[in-house]
Ligand binder design. Structure first.
Ligand code: BGC
Length: 786
């Protein structure tokens, strides 16, 4: 009867083998279950002091009581407590004989096996499995198997839906950094209440709770039911203010295992009209009850199988790397909702409160590629979010005195800028919302990357082009003409490296703006030539004229790009080379660089130290912009100065390390990226999964080791595998087709599944090749890889 038999093979499992209160919030993040519609942190069913219980529903934001808009900590569907003759089974009050939790990445389910010994020496084996159905995203389910090992007693199982969760807002401000006990560490935070009670119901069949976000007025309804499988139970209910509880009681016999299933359905007024949320919940719940836990779980597993089938990456010869890579893919898969084009992926996915659920350039630059090349429908949905927030982006531009659309550095539900102005302790000013402008070009970049991989002109004509043209307009109004030097400049900005604020002419920003202007003009020309009706419509809607577009091109040609011709170094921004040189001399236990003595995030800007790549980032994003020698010199120069204080950093160094043949470091960077959360090498996994790094890890496997890039609109491969890797395999979607890629130390095998007939031109290690369709082809990799 044990749930243990349900686990997949070991390479799919991530394990916790003991309960450590210091690590509980980290595991809550790592073991998040979700389906893109919602994510639930892995708190214990019976709850625990110091836990951070949370379910986040994508798109449910609220401003009430908080400094900036929050992704709301929605009602908790997990609570289940077991009482043995009045004693609660709980990690803090019972002796724990053993405790193990296992995230099964293959099936998107979290398992738990705990043996409790209470003060009367009664031993209870407690097992559970939970999942958020990826096949029916409004359904969550849990099965509990409880076995009294050495006693007979009355067992009481209490199961609740609890709407009393808060979000965290500001931390108290103490002169010195204070470390709180793990059981009380959240207590002193200012908390934001976002939900108010609407209604609750309960009967012996099910219970229902409905809450509403206070400012944004989203209704959120949960229906739940508890079903005991193999025993006669007595059922009661309790209705507290923001909590509804179902209780089952039964006589339990020694060595018998009792199975109890909890099924929960969730709808919001973003999904259906407010007055039918209850009906929608009941309908889904009744269907699940009718199907039963096993069938719901099987449907969920089948859908997981097909998701993995589309995107699994396999590394033969390095189990640790493959395991870590899968962990990152798992989190990407539970973060995106292909069915809701009005939501996106927050920087911490749906697994934690970091960055308040806000969306950054992390999506377009670090996560979108994974979706573009494995699930283009999901990529489209993520880009449609930018279309649905275009009005907000236009407002940002207007509010700041500019034209067009200025995408917000931090985005929530409307596209208005939502970056906080102060750090959570209220001490330091945050300037990114005002100055980190490159996001607008990054969005444009995401749109055209999607187009080049899918050829989806419908998307461009209906949505993408409008976004692109409005971003171009923004840049034209933001850029300044320096008449003395006869050049265009972008002053007072922050580039990707956030240590340096208020800088002039950040190269990443300026080159991306140039690219944005040039490519908007080119796209417009294509539309004009080939889609005259759509062109006429767009030109009218946006009041576009030929003169305006010519101006984009003229401005682009005169944008200032700091570059030292003698050394071949691209100067990150004007006068960067004048900053103080402070060497990095220390690395921590996770092999991550430490701040040199006397420096931190807020004064590192005086030095040449970087938080994360900036020039190196640019060389990755626009690979044809610089030649190999320039790339090598700049990588060497900036790599030494990069502290990787952002989790976005290691993956870029891995990819570019491979490109410039610094392969030893590239391998090291790959692991730093793949293990960001598994070993918590940024020290803040408790705040949520580092979403960009999950995408960056996939990118390192495919773009770095796999050497895949799109150059001049064609697929190209220049692989390099570490000497211990025998084979790397992955799949890519390309213009509606699917390409199987398998790379060994000496060859690359490709199979393009396709309905079309003409061969595809590709490039392998710098040479043009012709790829036939539906035929496995093997290409020798001419030089030895190592
Ligand atoms: C990084 C940004 C990133 C943000 C959200 C910051 O620490 O510097 O580049 O977008 O985190 O992940």
């Amino acid at each position: 009867m044990s749930l243990i038999n349900m686990l997949s093979s070991p390479e799919w499992l991530v394990e916790e083998n003991d309960f450590d209160v210091e690590l509980q919030n980290t595991f809550e993040t790592l073991f998040t279950v979700g389906n893109g519609y919602l994510g639930t942190r892995a708190t214990l069913e019976e709850s625990n002091k110091g836990e951070f219980a949370a379910t986040y529903i994508s798109g449910i934001f609220d401003n009430h009581d908080s400094t900036v808009i929050d992704l709301v900590n929605a009602p908790d569907w997990l609570p289940v407590s077991i009482w043995v003759d009045g004693i609660k089974l709980n990690i803090q009050s019972c002796r724990v004989l053993s405790h193990r939790r296992v995230l099964d990445m293959k099936t998107g389910a979290l398992y738990r096996f705990t043996r409790f010994k209470d003060s009367l020496d009664r031993i209870t084996s407690y097992e559970s499995v939970r999942f958020a159905s990826i096949q029916q995203s409004h359904l969550c389910a849990m099965r509990i198997a409880v076995t009294p090992e050495n006693y007979d007693a009355t067992l009481v199982v209490e199961s609740s839906i609890d709407g009393g969760n808060y979000n965290l807002d500001r931390i108290p401000n103490y002169a010195e950094t204070k470390k709180f006990h793990p059981e009380t560490k959240w207590n002193k935070w200012a908390k934001s209440k976002h939900l108010r009670f609407v209604s609750n119901e309960s009967s012996d069949k099910n219970c229902y709770l409905e809450m509403e976000t206070i400012d944004t007025k989203h209704r959120v309804g949960y229906a739940a039911t508890l079903r005991a499988q193999n025993c006669d139970v007595n059922k009661t209910q309790r209705r507290d203010y923001e909590k509804v509880t179902q209780i089952v009681e039964f006589k339990a016999k020694k060595e018998h295992t009792y199975i109890i299933d909890k099924l929960v359905s969730i709808f919001t007024s973003r999904d259906v009209a407010s007055d039918i949320i209850n009906d929608a919940c009941m309908e889904t719940l009744n269907k699940a009850l009718h199907d039963g836990f096993d069938r719901c779980f099987n449907d969920h597993i089948n859908e997981w199988n097909s998701r993995w089938n589309a995107c699994d990456c396999q590394i033969s010869g390095d189990k640790e790397a493959m395991h870590a890579l899968r962990f990152n893919i798992y989190h990407l898969l539970i973060s995106a909702n292909p069915n809701d084009p009005k939501v996106n992926i927050g920087a911490k996915t749906l697994s934690g409160e970091g960055y308040k659920g806000h969306v950054f350039w992390d999506t377009e630059i670090f996560m979108l590629p994974f979706f573009i090349y494995t699930q283009p429908e999901t990529a489209k949905s993520l880009l449609l979010y930018r279309y649905h927030t275009l009005e907000g982006a236009r407002k940002n531009a207007t509010l700041n005195g500019y034209s067009g659309a200025q995408y917000p550095w931090e985005s929530a539900d409307t596209g208005l800028e939502t970056t906080p102005k102060w750090t959570a302790d209220g001490v330091n000013r945050i300037w990114t919302g005002e100055e980190e402008l490159h996001i607008t070009a990054d969005v444009a970049y995401g749109i055209l990357t999607y187009l080049s991989a899918t050829g989806d002109m419908n998307f461009i004509l209906n949505y993408g082009a409008e976004m692109l043209f409005e971003t171009a307009r923004f840049w034209i109004s933001r850029i300044e003409l320096n008449t003395d030097k006869d050049r265009y400049e972008l002053n007072n900005v922050i580039g990707p490296d956030e240590f340096h604020e208020h800088v002039n002419n950040n190269v990443y920003t300026n080159v991306m703006v140039r690219w944005n202007l040039q490519n908007s003009a080119l796209l417009l020309e294509t539309i004009k030539q080939h889609y005259s009706e759509e062109y006429a419509h767009l030109a009218k809607k946006l009041c576009l004229s030929d003169e305006e577009v010519t101006h984009w091109v003229n401005v682009a040609a005169k944008i200032y790009i700091p570059f030292d011709t003698e050394s071949g170094l691209i100067e990150q921004f004007e006068d960067y080379f004048q900053c103080k040189e402070v060497p990095i001399v220390e690395w921590d236990k996770n092999d991550m660089p430490c701040y040199p003595a006397g420096y931190d995030h807020f004064n590192a800007g005086e030095t040449t130290l970087l938080k994360q790549p900036d020039v190196v980032m640019l060389m990755y994003v626009l690979p044809d912009e610089y030649d190999d020698e320039i790339k090598r010199r700049n990588y060497e120069f900036y790599e030494k100065r990069t502290l990787h204080k952002s989790s976005l950093s290691p993956c870029m160094h891995a990819i570019m390390g491979i490109e410039v043949e610094d392969t030893h470091k590239a391998e090291q960077y790959f692991l730093r990226s793949a293990l960001v959360d598994l070993v918590d090498n940024q020290g803040n996994t408790e705040w949520g999964i580092h979403a960009a790094s999950t995408g960056g890890t996939w990118m390192t496997a495919v773009f770095g080791f796999g050497g895949f890039r799109v150059r001049q609109q064609k697929m190209s491969f220049k692989p390099w595998l570490p000497s211990t890797w025998n084979e790397l395999t992955f799949k890519l979607r390309w213009h509606g087709d699917c390409l199987d890629v398998s790379i060994t130390q000496s060859e690359i095998r490709l199979l393009l599944h396709s309905q079309k007939s003409h061969p595809e031109e590709i490039n392998i290690t710098g040479e043009k090749q012709v790829l036939q369709r539906n035929e496995r082809q093997v290409f020798c990799l001419n030089s030895s890889m190592n």
